[in-house]
Design a protein around this ligand. Structure first.
Ligand code: SF4
Length: 213
């Protein structure tokens, strides 16, 4: 009996198939990230949602209104409103009226909120350290795959905000075929390569119809 057939015989009934194995892998990674976040949320006496709100507000290019944060996190404004009320009470964020439009309320982290959000990012460092150990080609392949998946989920309406090169109006893919840096960014007017593809770019401008690599 060949090795291949022995393998097939052993696993033919239990192998869930390629697609399901990918799904299981993604779920396991999701659980690992959620576990790291959950530890920190509990330590700070916050819910995961409240923690996600403060981490989103730490990024200067992310939305700073209740509606904007709701869109970033793919949730409804009333859900974000509840989290914001608690965070304001705990002196983690502050609300101010936009002087140009009194109807708009701006959310900002207080000094306490900023230090909490930074601490959560530090807690994710063990994951970052593991990724650092991957080979360079593996990291580039993984980034490319994550970009494809994010865009796919966005196209299906499961991710509302994703500032990717592939859905940016400044992106000119494969403008220099065969070169080390085949793509071009119109914002900085410069070529760039696969490892520099962005996944949450602060200069991103949404493209109505996204672009395939
Ligand atoms: S502005 Fe950012 S997202 Fe857009 S193409 Fe340039 S690097 Fe990519």
């Amino acid at each position: 009996m060949s090795e291949k057939s022995a393998f097939k015989k052993m696993f033919s009934k239990t192998d869930p198939g390629l697609e399901e194995k990918i799904l299981i892998g993604l779920e396991q990674i999701g659980r690992a990230i959620a576990m790291l976040q959950d530890h920190e949320s509990r330590a700070q006496n916050l819910s995961d949602l409240q923690m996600n709100v403060i981490v989103s507000l730490l990024e200067p290019h992310h939305a700073r209104t209740i509606g904007g944060v709701a869109e970033e996190l793919n949730l409804t404004p009333p859900t974000i409103s509840d989290a914001v009320r608690v965070l304001e009470k705990k002196d983690i964020l502050s609300k101010t009226r936009d002087p140009k439009d009194e109807r708009v309320v701006r959310l900002d982290l207080t000094a306490r909120g900023k230090s909490m959000a930074r601490r959560l990012k530090e807690k994710q460092n063990p994951l970052l350290n593991l990724i650092t150990h991957l080979a360079e080609e593996e990291k580039v392949s993984l980034l490319s795959l994550l970009i494809k998946l994010t865009k796919f989920f966005q196209d299906k309406g499961l991710v509302s905000v994703a500032r990717l090169c592939v859905n940016c109006q400044y992106f000119h893919p494969n403008q220099y075929p065969g070169k080390e840096k085949p793509h071009h960014c119109g914002f900085v007017d410069s070529p760039f390569g696969e490892p520099e593809l962005q996944i949450d770019c602060s200069k991103h401008q949404v493209l109505p119809a996204s672009t395939d690599l």
